[in-house]
Design a protein around this ligand. Structure first.
Ligand SMILES: Cc1cc2nc3c(=O)[nH]c(=O)nc-3n(C[C@H](O)[C@H](O)[C@H](O)COP(=O)(O)OP(=O)(O)OC[C@H]3O[C@@H](n4cnc5c(N)ncnc54)[C@H](O)[C@@H]3O)c2cc1C
Length: 313
């Protein structure tokens, strides 16, 4: 039988597997959660934090709802993590619909609660699809917020980065210039929007380096729990969803467990390729569910760290 070059290449790749056999356990991870709305969701969140804590994350972060809608809940969640666990807690904070004084007051509350890490963001307009308007007395954008936070306390500050460009940016260069402004204002690292093609990340990493951005850029990993909602979100934030991914989730609507296995496989493979390209830090969008992120971390060689079990006691 005459194999085509393509077939031979496929066979070589399959033969070179197993993909995860040689993971050296040299990966550090962080986990992102959103503030719970109900008691039941709160219980799920805490179960997830407890399940993931033994992996010894660098930090766990809690998002801030559009227009500051979760201000109290974000604060309560982050403060509880800081109070009741030994995990490093990070609070997301946005500029939307608030004066500088109001935002500074929130940051001061975090400092007083022992929170030393802020994920500083501009945020999105409260009405989806409308153009972002800065509050007349507020911070103009994330770069201005970073500069404002730097004046308050020596926070560790993370900012957002966009391997496939932010939809509001004029072009790729404008987006990189914006990221550079955030770094120059005093951010310590960037965490990326989710993406599904490792090449998008690698190209972005190269361009950021060429633009003089030396701080770490941590890939944000979104394990797909619900394909339809990820497709919707991707459209809004400009992330390309490869067509093969739709095919992989086809017919799985009524098979949640199979969906999880598929999802873990896709995300772990993405991380494996990023690892092969030199990445050692990963930020997981957990959507408050531990199992998927835990399984992916496990495949990547991340194991419970001695002493970290007590982190969420
Ligand atoms: C890791 C991560 C976590 C996130 N967490 C949250 C969260 O908790 N809550 C939430 O509401 N949203 C969150 N977001 C979404 C984020 O708020 C949106 O993507 C928002 O639209 C942009 O925020 P930013 O901080 O990137 O904005 P910025 O960096 O300020 O910039 C946004 C866009 O505007 C352009 N721009 C900014 N300033 C200027 C200027 N002066 N002139 C020209 N163009 C300019 C930039 O080029 C960029 O394209 C998160 C995103 C990421 C990647």
């Amino acid at each position: 039988m005459n194999d085509s070059i393509h077939q031979r290449e496929e066979a070589r790749r399959a033969h070179d597997a197993p993909l995860f056999a040689d993971m050296a356990g040299d990966i550090d991870v962080s986990f992102e959660f959103f503030p719970p709305k109900t008691e039941k969701m709160e219980a799920t969140l805490w179960d997830s934090i407890q399940a993931l804590a033994p992996l010894g994350p660098r930090f766990v972060s809690v998002t801030y709802g559009a227009g500051g809608s979760t201000r109290e809940r974000t604060h309560a969640t982050v403060a509880r993590i800081a109070r009741e666990t030994s995990l490093a807690a990070a609070a997301h904070l946005t500029c939307v619909e608030a004066t500088k004084e109001e935002i500074d007051a929130v940051a001061e509350e975090y400092w007083a609660a022992g929170v030393r890490h802020i994920v500083a963001l501009r945020g999105d307009p409260p009405t989806a699809g409308s153009k972002y308007q800065m509050h007349p007395g507020g911070y103009e954008n994330a770069a201005a917020l970073v500069a404002g936070l730097r004046k308050l306390h020596p926070f560790e500050i993370s900012v957002a980065a966009y391997p496939e460009c932010h939809p509001d940016s004029a072009d790729e260069q404008a987006d990189l210039d914006n990221l550079k402004r955030k770094m120059d204002a005093g951010a310590n690292r960037a965490i990326t929007q989710f993406f599904f093609d490792p090449d998008h990340f690698f190209r972005f990493r190269d361009k950021a380096a060429a633009a003089g951005i030396t701080a770490e850029i941590v890939p944000g990993i979104m394990p797909v729990m619900n394909y339809a909602s990820v497709e919707r979100m991707s459209k809004m934030c400009g992330t390309q969803v490869p067509s093969w991914m739709g095919r992989l989730f086809e017919g799985l609507d009524d098979h949640p467990e199979a969906r999880q296995l598929v999802s873990a496989t896709i995300a772990a493979e993405l991380c494996r390729k990023l690892y092969a390209g030199g990445e050692r830090n990963f930020h997981f969008y957990t959507l408050n569910r531990a199992e998927l992120s835990y399984a992916i971390c496990h495949l990547l060689g991340v194991r419970p760290k001695p002493g970290a079990e007590a982190a969420a006691a």
